[in-house]
Design a protein around this ligand. Structure first.
Ligand code: NDP
Length: 328
């Protein structure tokens, strides 16, 4: 048991005009959101968490997580997120399904509106909305999305058992997804736009030692073929301009993510890529009482463990802010 948060406050949410007022609102339910929830609950901030569109966040689409301390034999992403959830619930976090659609963050009392029509007033807001998959931007990718085009091998790989598939990307996600697909599919055609991977060495080695993953270096997607479903792919070599055609039924995009910050534009300081800017060594944003944690503010590390760490920071910062403001 942590000895840091044994103080008991006597705060109850106040209901008026059908809008509740709470001490701490957490938006997002990945490792950052849940860790913030665990710390905030134990500090008696009585946090309310809104899960967002993808409860559990990106780890719900991951297979083995081998690098999160405390799981010596690894754990499946969804199972780990279920553990996070149980731990947050154990200390009383009020977890609700809902998507924040509009925020008013200036002033002492922040107001956040949700897609079900409800609104919440909060003295502190912890933003842990994470990041979403990026797409290539080809019209054929959009047209065939859901009909052979996917940004999640773990979700959709099953549909392409014993078939030919392609995957774009050279990072850890791409390698992880290529390995996952290699166990299900006949062949995985992997397009990497440079002459090297961005992924960690261990993942690169695993991919290069898998006989049914074929890496195409310096290669881009010229066109995804098919009228109603994916039937093939045109691969362009960026050095020679040569086009190669392969027959495939599945096309997977694994080229990274973008932060989910659209609703905060114009209110919170964002960097040029849209990530929330936090003050060095803290989870504080440019707005008092608003904190950010996890991938939504981290374009460098983007790991579950770093997200969890910043979730802890955000809850501690929120607690100190409330103490300074004498809000109990
Ligand atoms: P990354 O940003 O690390 O990699 C993106 C990859 O996609 C790069 O190879 C990039 O190429 C390529 N790319 C980007 N845009 C395009 C495009 N338009 N066309 C073609 N290729 C493109 O993202 P990831 O999602 O792979 O990883 C994010 C973070 O999560 C990283 O820090 C990673 O280490 C971590 N992670 C860790 C895992 C683990 O440890 N098990 C599993 C998954 C992720 P280029 O290199 O040329 O820019």
């Amino acid at each position: 048991m942590c000895a840091c948060y044994l103080t008991l406050h006597t705060f109850n949410p106040i209901q008026y005009n059908k809008m509740e007022r709470i001490k701490c609102l957490i938006i997002g339910s990945g490792p950052a959101g849940y860790t913030a929830a665990i710390y905030a609950s134990r500090a008696n901030l009585k946090p309310v968490m809104y899960t967002g569109i993808e409860p559990g966040g990106q780890l719900m689409q991951t297979t083995d997580v081998e690098n999160f301390p405390g799981y010596p034999t690894g754990i499946m992403g969804p199972e780990m997120m279920e553990d996070f959830k149980k731990q947050a619930e154990r200390f009383g976090t009020d977890i609700r399904f809902g998507i924040a659609t509009k925020v008013e963050l200036k002033g002492d009392i922040k107001v956040v509106h949700f897609d079900d029509g409800t609104s919440v007033e909060a003295y502190t807001v912890i933003i842990a909305t994470g990041a979403s998959a990026k797409w290539l931007g080809l019209p054929s990718e959009k047209r065939l999305n859901g009909n052979g085009v996917s940004a999640c091998a773990v979700c959709d790989g099953f549909f392409f058992r014993n078939q030919e598939v392609a995957l774009v990307g050279g990072g850890d996600t791409a390698c992880e997804e290529a390995l996952y697909l290699s166990k299900l599919c006949k062949n995985v055609h992997m397009l990497v736009r440079k002459d090297h991977f961005r992924a960690s060495k261990i993942m690169q080695d695993r991919v290069l030692n898998t006989p049914n993953i074929h890496v195409y270096w310096n290669s881009e997607t010229a066109e995804i073929l098919g009228d109603t479903v994916v039937t093939g792919l045109q691969i362009k070599n960026v050095l020679t301009g040569a086009i190669t055609e392969v027959a495939i039924t599945g096309f997977f995009v694994a080229i990274g993510h973008q932060p989910n910050t659209k609703i905060f534009e114009g209110q919170i300081d964002l960097d040029e890529q849209g990530y929330i800017v936090t003050k060095s060594g803290s989870a504080k944003t440019n707005i008092e009482g608003v904190f950010a944690a996890g991938d939504v503010q981290d374009r460098h590390y983007r790991q579950a463990i770093t997200a969890a760490g910043t979730g802890c920071m955000a809850a501690l910062d929120a607690e100190r802010y409330l103490t300074e403001k004498d809000i109990h």
